[in-house]
Design a protein around this ligand. Structure first.
Ligand code: ZN
Length: 67
C-alpha cells in the first residue's frame, strides 16, 4: 500500500505516494483508509467533516522543516 502523506503546515508534496512512512515526521493521526483516499466523495456534503478538508491524504503529519 502507498501512503499519501501531507504536512499540516506547508504544502510539500514529496511524500505523497510513498510506500514507507518517514521516521523524521511527527504524525498527527491516520485520517482515512486507503480506499477512501483513492477517490473523493461524489457528494462532499455527505462526507464526515474531517474528510472534506483532507479528502485525498491517508496520513497527516508535521514534516521535519516545520517541527
Ligand atoms: Zn511542513
Amino acid at each position: 500500500m502507498k501512503y499519501r502523506l501531507a504536512c499540516i503546515y506547508c504544502d510539500r508534496e514529496d511524500f505523497d505516494g510513498v510506500s514507507k512512512l518517514p521516521n523524521d515526521w511527527t504524525f498527527v493521526e491516520r485520517h482515512q483508509t486507503h480506499r477512501q483516499s483513492t477517490r473523493p466523495y461524489d457528494d462532499p456534503s455527505k462526507a464526515p467533516p474531517e474528510f472534506v478538508v483532507f479528502n485525498w491524504f491517508t496520513h497527516l503529519g508535521i514534516c521535519p522543516k516545520c517541527q
